[in-house]
Structure formats: C-alpha cells, structure tokens
Design a protein around this ligand. Structure first.
Ligand SMILES: Nc1ncnc2c1ncn2[C@@H]1O[C@H](COP(=O)(O)OP(=O)(O)O)[C@@H](O)[C@H]1O
Ligand SMILES: [Mg+2]
Length: 222
C-alpha cells in the first residue's frame, strides 16, 4: 500500500484552566492512497481534532504528520499553505459556503486564491454539473438552495483545485437520509476515481460506504 497520510504518535493537547485536554492522545495511523476511511466515535472523542490535523489546519502538540511523504513539521508556512490548498479538499457538516457569493462564485473562489484571477476555463460550471447542479442553480446564493444542493456546491468547491485527498466532517449530518445517500454516492464515485477520502460520521449506515472503519475513544484509536 502506498501511504498517503501517516500519523506517528500524534498528540493534540488543549491547555485549559481546568487542566490539559488530551483531544488526541498518541494517534498512530497509516492511510493508503485511494482508501476510503470512516472515523467514528462518541461526541468529544477527538474526531474533528483528528481531521483538522490531517488537513493541516492545526499543528500536533507532539508527534509527526506526513502528507504524501512530507513531514508537515519540516514545511514552511508557505509550503504548508500550498499543500493544504492543492492536495486537500474539505467538506463540512454545515456546508460552510460563503453566503454572499453564488454557487458558481463559491466554486470559483479557491481557483482565484490559487491563480489570483477570475476563472476563464469554465471549470466551476463543469464541477457544478459533475455534482448534479444545473445552470439555473449556479446563479443562486446558498440560502436559495436546499441542504443537499448546498452540499453539492461544497463538494464542487472542494474539488476546485483537483485535490488528491478529500476530508469530510459529518458530510451528511444536516441532510435527510435520501439526500445523504445521494451525497455518499457522489463521494463513492470520487473515491473510485482515485481520491483518498477520510470521513467523520456518527452514522453506522453512512460508515458502510467506507472500506475501513476507525474508532476513536478519548483521543485514542481503538
Ligand atoms: N479549541 C479547543 N479548545 C479546547 N478544547 C477543545 C477544542 N477543540 C476541541 N476540544 C476538546 O477536545 C476534545 C475532542 O473534541 P473534538 O475533536 O471536537 O471531538 P468530536 O469531533 O469527536 O466531537 C473534546 O473534549 C473537546 O471539548
Ligand atoms: Mg466533531
């Protein structure tokens, strides 16, 4: 198995007045290129903290995180920003779209961050069509779209820079089960196309879409 993501004894400790919180307490984990992994665990067990570490949104207190063989500790801020932008796409439970931008503009936004200019390739529209939205919806702002449509926009946005890794935190948590299953079919397709997917979920049913299940409890993988 070619390793995509490697964690070596990763700890993330939040210093709090009442005492240190060991959100991750020594996580060692390998995820292979092209794997589809589900992370489960009770509320407060450290799932989001783990996903944020993998997404380089936060640094481990101790231990090492390797993305595609690179030790993230050894990267400059500039290199880390580029890695996060180019290798990793995020999908969240609450969609996290920019409310004042249209669906098209939300998907275009990461492309502008990368190139410094507005898109001239038609890629945002191509991606929105890929996730099942038509031309009319592209001009809508998030509040004019259903939850399922907003999550499709969020997936298109996550794909904008053609990441190799997709991280999802409860991607169907705000959707009814039929819409949730449609979103999972979309993620399954992306995985078949070779994307490595790491997904946090509360739901046993949603977890069955993954190839491997990881359970975390009190910051430790079981
Ligand atoms: N920014 C933070 N500051 C302090 N404690 C935090 C912070 N984020 C998470 N925690 C604590 O770390 C633990 C794990 O949280 P989290 O990763 O959000 O769990 P989950 O996603 O599984 O519900 C919890 O005890 C939580 O209260
Ligand atoms: Mg969480």
């Amino acid at each position: 198995m070619e390793i995509c993501i490697r964690l070596e004894d990763v700890k993330r400790i939040y210093p709090m007045e009442a005492g240190d919180v060991y959100a991750l307490n020594g996580v060692t984990l390998d995820i292979g290129v092209g794997e589809f992994v589900a992370i489960m665990g009770a509320s407060g067990s450290g799932k989001t903290t783990l996903l944020n570490q993998i997404g380089c949104l936060d640094q481990p207190t101790s231990g090492n995180l390797y993305i595609e063989g690179k030790n993230t500790r050894e990267l400059s801020d500039y290199e880390l920003t580029n890695l996060r932008r180019d290798a990793i796409g995020f999908i969240f439970q609450k969609f996290n779209l920019i409310p004042l931008l249209t669906a098209f503009e939300n998907v275009e936004y990461p492309l502008i961050l990368k190139t410094g200019a507005r898109d001239t390739t038609g890629r945002p529209a191509d991606l929105l069509r890929l996730v099942g939205l038509d031309g009319g919806h592209m001009k809508h702002t998030p509040n004019q779209l259903s939850g399922g449509q907003q999550q499709r926009v969020a997936i298109a946005r996550a794909l904008a820079n053609d990441p190799r890794i997709i991280l999802c935190d409860e991607p169907t948590g705000n959707l009814d089960s039929k819409t949730g299953n449609q979103i999972m079919d979309l993620l399954t397709d992306l995985n078949r196309q070779g994307k490595t997917i790491v997904m946090v979920t509360h739901s046993d049913e949603i977890a069955t879409y993954a190839d491997r299940l990881i359970t975390i409890r009190d910051g430790v993988i079981q």
